[in-house]
Design a protein around this ligand. Structure first.
Ligand code: GDP
Ligand code: IMO
Ligand code: MG
Length: 425
């Protein structure tokens, strides 16, 4: 029995796609447990880049089965587009991609509501991806969501759509002063999805538990990251699901007793997309641009990512709330040319030193980072494949992070390619 959870330890985009792809070689099944097409997981193989939004990052290994769990919110249009994209690259998903019949659907009105709320309510803008994620989870929790299984019963689907669209039209018209949606057009479009989605539907919980009994190895792939978690993230600047490891069991239907380990993916510095506090953000005043060095532009929306120094307060928090066994640290190579690198070891708030991550945004917004500085290594690391061969200054930087977080590294990534990886232990 082996189930490993992979979670983002910061604000997303830590390089989960690369790490999941890398580890997929050793497993039978990779399952996504939350989020939706707000995710953008990048995998680079022989210089070719694949960006996945809904399909798990194991799909590029032909012997790996991929599963989308009940915790994911699925936009059928985005899913079918991604399946077509993979087919165009010669990657067959037939018989190796399964979708939970319990997963909820993202409908066009979810996307309209997401975008309307963001544009009309400027004071409370989150900077969402506009993919309808929040409104779809709202309907799920409000017990009025439409699930994959509903696609298979045309009468139920039509009835649910009519009820939902009636309500959404009131909101769109009266609150957001937007155009109403044409209910018949949506019904016609979505009734057709039954045949297209049917071949992929499965009882995912049963499948995964049976597979475990057969001795299969499973990876549970998180989207987003710890600080975007609806409970533990920088609320309200978060996504609407639980990317933290606790969300994994509920998102696929595996019990916690089956989990063997939890791996946290963490960047050698910090980035975030969208609004919200970010204590170690560098801003424009520095004389180098981490964004360009790291190619920090969103894989889903293309937005420039905000960049900052490594924050050990966040890393420790991620260890705590996810129960991390080890880190996979990515993008070490991005820091190769710097003369100096910094790690935030604590925050100063109103003259006091804080070493635990604050839950109140009012406090976090006013925290000053306390930095420890390290001399840069100023040597290329992308070609290095063993920990011993890393420059001494790079090892000192990694040691500091390890000591501050009391957590070991099991993987160090020094480039986007599969092979640009140092495995430890
Ligand atoms: P994810 O959402 O966590 O899967 O991360 P993204 O794919 O959104 O962003 C990570 C970016 O960094 C992608 O463009 C990856 O190809 C790239 N990447 C991953 N690991 C490394 C690394 O070690 N070094 C460099 N230079 N790029 C990396
Ligand atoms: P991956 O899986 C980085 C951010 C958005 C916004 C907030 C809420 O690639 O790491 P949402 O559309 O989810 O309602 O937006 O969450 N966000 C991400 N940031 N990586 C992601 O996914 C993200 N998915 C959502 O930018 O701040
Ligand atoms: Mg991403």
């Amino acid at each position: 029995m082996s189930v490993k959870i992979i979670v983002g330890a910061q604000w997303g985009d830590e390089g989960k796609g690369k790490i999941v792809d890398l580890l997929s070689e050793q497993v039978d099944i990779v399952a996504r447990y939350q989020g939706g097409a707000n995710a953008g997981h990048t995998i680079v193989i022989d210089g070719e880049q694949y960006i996945l939004h809904l399909v798990p990052s194991g799909i590029l290994h032909e012997n790996t089965i991929c599963v989308i769990g009940n915790g994911v919110v699925i936009d059928p249009l985005a899913l079918l587009e991604e399946i077509e994209f993979l087919k165009s690259k010669g990657i067959s998903v037939d018989g190796r991609l399964w979708i939970s019949h319990r997963a909820h659907l993202i409908m066009p009105y979810h996307k309209l509501l997401d975008q309307a709320k963001e544009s009309k309510d400027a004071d409370r803008k989150i900077g969402t991806t506009g993919r309808g994620i929040g409104p779809a989870y709202v309907d799920k929790v409000n017990r009025m969501g439409i699930r994959i299984v509903d696609l298979l019963d045309r009468d139920t689907l039509e009835e649910k759509l009519r009820t939902n669209i009636k309500e959404k039209n009131e909101i769109l018209k009266k609150i957001y002063k937007e155009k109403e949606i044409d209910v018949d057009q949506i019904i016609n479009e979505y009734l057709d999805f039954d045949k297209k989605i049917d071949p992929y539907i499965k009882d995912v919980s049963t499948f995964l538990n049976e597979s475990l009994k057969d001795g299969k190895q499973i990876l549970l792939e998180g989207a987003q990251g710890t600080l975007l978690d609806i409970d533990f993230g920088t609320y309200p600047y978060v996504t609407s699901s639980n990317p933290t490891s606790g969300g994994a069991c509920a998102g696929v239907g595996i019990g916690p007793t089956k989990i063997e380990s939890v791996l946290g993916v963490i960047k050698a510095y910090t980035t975030r997309v969208g609004m919200g506090p970010f204590p170690t953000e560098i801003g424009d005043e520095e004389d180098f641009d981490l964004r360009d060095l790291g190619g920090e532009y969103g894989a889903t929306t293309g937005r420039p990512r905000r960049c900052g120094w490594f924050d050990a307060v966040i890393a420790k928090f991620a260890v705590q709330v996810n129960g991390l066994d080890s880190f996979a640290l990515t993008k070490l190579d991005v820091l190769d040319t710097l003369e100096e690198v910094k790690v935030c070891v604590a925050y100063k708030y109103k003259g006091k030193t804080i070493t635990t991550f604050p839950s109140e945004m009012r406090i976090l917004e006013n925290c000053e980072p306390v930095y420890e500085s390290f001399p840069g290594w100023q040597k290329p690391t992308s070609g290095i494949r063993s920990y011993q061969d890393l420059p001494a200054n790079a090892k000192a930087y990694l040691d500091a992070i390890k000591n501050l977080t009391q957590t070991d590294f099991s993987i160090i990534s020094v480039g986007s390619g599969r092979e640009q990886t140092i495995l430890i232990g």
